[in-house]
Design a protein around this ligand. Structure first.
Ligand code: MLC
Ligand code: AMP
Length: 471
């Protein structure tokens, strides 16, 4: 058993349109030849940082690394200098693939989509080998590198294939970024393992989804909110087999509007960078608005109260969600203590999400324990990281960043700033600072200047008070 089984299987019939990204389409054998050739020439002394623009070159580089057994570090194409420096240094990347960014001095690996003399497929590698190092935000500090093995990716994808009836007869379409689990692992590598065709639409717009003619569509709730507001595009998805939403809560009105427009209820599934997907509704089962269904594959879950006792499965009692299973990560790179903190003594991963489970084992995610992790447009963003970036500006005396409810993005990032120089220009300049220092999607959508931040008698900022609407 090995990850990317369908791609490795040279006895499968070729399909001329196995993978389409934007205007570029490759057949199975072309993807295999390009990826094998990349694998044959890749620097094996350390991880490869891949600038994850949504192109065929990115997929070939990532797939080539996986075939070679070299860990891949997908990097947001617009990562700013602070974020980029951290990712490259922390991951220990020894080479770079894709468009080169300022300040990067690593050797660049060439990517050839049509090699004239393709290299043979490398031998299957040990499944315990790290496959990806995906960077994700925590409540404080810089993003952490999540180590996923080939085994985790394979078992995670196979669990979903069983729940969704995902086969090589499917065509998967999405337009999500290729530097996170959803777009890269599920949306592209999943197809290269299962053997389904895949279409990356470039951007996740309703019009492009409507034109993709797929059987399975993947989107974050913001994408589905936009589809639900575009009845013409939505109706064109009626013939799909599954519309799948995840990475953040799908609002119930959006679920219902999609059902009205397309005649089908979306599949909701729940996951994390650290765990791949652990819960989902099933293609052949109940799809209940606001609920994320049952454990996927070999995943197991439990919910526990603050005192550690197990919460009853009554559909009402909220507890901390803990998960375990073969699709979990191997730890945070270079951070053994932090890794130890997120596992219980008996080996369950503490997700940080709060959930209820009903008598049928159906799960509903009711929120997160920490206000410092924000989900905006399906991106996970740590408030601490943005606060650190803003505090590097001399005008900012104090700052608190929170996620406020937003109809389109789920949550929008709002920075409460104490300064002596409040002005519209300063607000715009602070937004721009985060967009360029970290990355575009981490920028605050709003800056609110305040005289002071609410604190308790110990001096700790009371963020929950900032979440309440101003009187
Ligand atoms: C975009 N724009 C930029 C820019 N990037 N401008 C300057 N610099 C940049 N770097 C412009 C766009 O061209 C566009 O302009 C405008 O900004 C808005 O772009 P958008 O793409 O519509 O952005 P936005 O509305 O902010 O984003 C919505 C979104 C995005 C849904 C497209 O949030 C997104 O891709 N989310 C996916 C996140 C994700 O994949 N998460 C999964 C994590 S894994 P104009 O002029 O065209 O409007 C995970 C595990 C699991 O969670 O369970 O799945
Ligand atoms: P990330 O690391 O970007 O994958 O973010 C993981 C977080 O996204 C989880 O801890 C949840 O808070 C959230 N999440 C993912 N899927 C769902 C979902 N279907 N419903 C609610 N929250 C979700």
């Amino acid at each position: 058993m090995t990850f990317l089984a369908a791609l490795r299987d040279t006895t499968r019939p070729d399909a001329p349109d196995a993978l389409r990204i934007g205007d570029v389409t490759l057949s199975w054998s072309q993807v295999r030849d390009a990826a094998s050739t990349f694998a044959a020439g890749v620097d094996r002394t350390g991880p490869v940082a891949v600038c994850a623009v949504p192109t065929m070159e990115t997929v070939v580089a990532v797939t080539g690394c996986l075939l070679a057994g070299v860990p891949v570090v997908p990097i947001a194409p617009d990562s700013g200098p602070a974020e980029l420096a951290h990712l490259v240094t922390d991951s220990g990347a020894t080479s770079w693939a894709g468009p080169l960014r300022d300040g990067i001095e690593l050797p660049v690996q060439s990517i050839d989509l049509h090699p004239s003399d393709p290299a043979p497929l490398p031998e299957a590698i040990d499944e315990a080998t790290p496959a990806t190092i995906l960077y994700t935000s925590g409540t404080t500090g810089s993003p952490k590198g999540v180590l996923m093995s080939h085994h985790a990716l394979r078992t995670g994808i196979e669990g979903l294939a069983e729940a969704w009836g995902w086969t090589d007869a499917d065509t998967v379409a999405h337009g999500l970024p290729l530097f996170h689990t959803h777009g890269l692992v599920l949306g592209v590598l999943g197809s290269l393992h299962i053997g389904s065709r895949a279409v990356h639409t470039g951007k996740p717009t309703p019009e492009l989804y409507a034109a993709a003619e797929a059987t399975m569509y993947f989107g974050v709730p913001t994408v589905w909110t936009r589809v639900a507001r575009d009845p013409e595009s939505a109706r064109r998805l009626a013939s799909a087999r599954l519309l799948v939403s995840g990475s953040a809560p799908l609002p119930v009105p959006v679920f219902e509007r999609l059902r009205e427009l397309t005649g089908q209820s979306p599949i909701e599934r729940y996951g994390m960078t650290e765990t791949l997907l652990t819960l989902s509704t099933r293609a052949d089962g109940e799809r209940r608005p606001g609920w994320v269904g049952l454990p996927v594959g070999e995943a197991e879950t439990r919910i526990r109260g603050e005192d550690g006792s197990f919460a009853p499965h009554d559909g009402e009692t909220v507890g901390r969600l803990e998960v375990r299973g073969p699709m979990l990560f191997d730890g945070y790179l270079n951070l053994p203590e932090v890794t130890a903190e997120v596992f219980t003594e008996d080996g369950w991963f503490v997700t940080g999400d709060l959930a209820v489970v009903d008598a049928d084992g159906f799960h509903r995610i009711v929120g997160r324990e920490s206000v410092d992790l924000i989900k905006s447009g399906g991106y996970r963003i740590g408030a601490g990281e943005i606060e650190t970036s803003l505090l590097s500006r001399p005008e900012v005396h104090e700052v608190a960043v929170v996620g406020l409810p937003d109809e389109d993005l789920g949550q929008r990032i709002v920075a409460f700033v104490v300064t002596a120089e409040a002005s519209d220009d300063l607000a715009a300049s602070l937004v721009d600072h985060v967009a360029t220092d970290l990355s575009w999607h981490k920028r605050p959508r709003e800056v609110r200047f305040v005289e002071s931040l609410p604190r308790n008698h110990m001096g700790k900022i009371q963020k929950k008070q900032l979440l309440e609407p101003a009187p």
